[in-house]
Design a protein. Structure first.
Length: 95
């Protein structure tokens, strides 16, 4: 009879995948240490490596703003302030 399917938290998967990347241990050793089949360790490691590059991909909007010299906070004003009249709390220009 088969064991029921085990589910693992995303945090656990990340921990195992990072250990597989960092460790000099074999996948078989990590498998024993974490109690997960070595093929599963390999899959999680490969998924982490494949998706890691996406962390550093910028959106096309922020690249275009930077090329134009604008700020990602508020492209209308270089210092990030609003260009509209904000009422009594607005900054007064110095003479």
């Amino acid at each position: 009879m088969r064991k029921p399917k085990q589910t693992y938290s995303p945090q656990f998967k990340a921990e195992v995948a990072i250990a597989a990347i960092q460790a000099g241990d074999s996948l078989a050793q990590l498998s024993r240490d974490f109690g997960v089949h070595r093929n599963q360790v390999r899959q999680w490691r490969d998924r982490l490596v494949d998706r890691a590059g996406r962390l550093f991909v910028e959106s096309s909007d922020s690249r275009q703003l930077r090329r134009r010299g604008g700020s990602s906070r508020n492209p209308a004003a270089p210092d990030g302030t609003s260009s509209r009249d904000d009422g009594p709390g607005e900054r007064l220009a110095s003479p």
